[in-house]
Structure formats: structure tokens, C-alpha cells
Design a protein around this ligand. Structure first.
Ligand code: FES
Length: 106
């Protein structure tokens, strides 16, 4: 059996992430959506809506939520939860800043 080991990936300099927007980061076959809510506040979720896999990175960011571009589900970029009455959750990934670079644990 193969053991899964978490690793940190350097997603780039913080200046390449616009504030109050998102950007797709691809790690192997994994497509991630990185959200920069404030100068120093970053969150990463899977770039795939829990409803029908809409690309969340193309959604509109409002506060700590993103609205899916396909059917407008409201997803928290902090915990990945869909807001009621919708139900579902998208995977979240630990994100931190070190030496002005964004590191994501995958
Ligand atoms: S695919 Fe996201 S709301 Fe339908």
C-alpha cells in the first residue's frame, strides 16, 4: 500500500495573486483555486464546485465566499462549505505565506 504524504508546494510570489480575487494553481492532476481576500489572507480550495464541478476560480468573490459561475451556489473559501439551502463541501488546503511566497499543503 502506498502511503500518502502531504507536501508543500510553492504557488508563487504573493504579488502574482490579486487581492479579492482568485487564481488557479495546478499541482499535477490537482486543480486548485487560491483566493486572496486581503493583503495577507489566502485560502485554497479545490477548483471544482461540489454541485456539478463548476470552475470556482471563475466565480465572483464576495467577502469570504465565492459564487459558482455555473449555478450560483455560494461556497465558503475558508471551510469549503456550501451555504444553505444547498448542501456540499469542497476540499480545502492549508495555505501559508513564507518569504513572500504562497505555500499550499497538498
Ligand atoms: S456547478 Fe456550481 S453551482 Fe452548479
Amino acid at each position: 500500500m502506498q502511503e500518502l504524504i502531504n507536501k508543500q508546494v510553492d504557488a508563487g510570489h504573493v504579488s502574482s495573486f490579486p487581492v479579492k480575487m482568485s487564481k488557479e494553481v495546478v499541482v499535477g492532476s490537482l486543480k486548485l483555486a487560491v483566493f486572496r481576500l486581503e493583503e495577507d489572507e489566502f485560502y485554497t480550495i479545490k477548483n471544482e464546485c461540489p454541485h456539478k464541478k463548476g470552475p470556482l476560480v471563475e466565480g465572483i468573490v464576495s467577502g469570504e465566499h465565492v459564487f459558482c459561475p455555473l449555478h450560483n451556489w455560494k461556497i465558503s473559501v475558508k471551510d469549503g462549505q456550501a451555504a444553505a439551502p444547498d448542501e456540499g463541501c469542497v476540499e480545502t488546503y492549508e495555505t501559508e505565506i513564507k518569504n513572500d511566497h504562497v505555500f499550499i499543503t497538498v
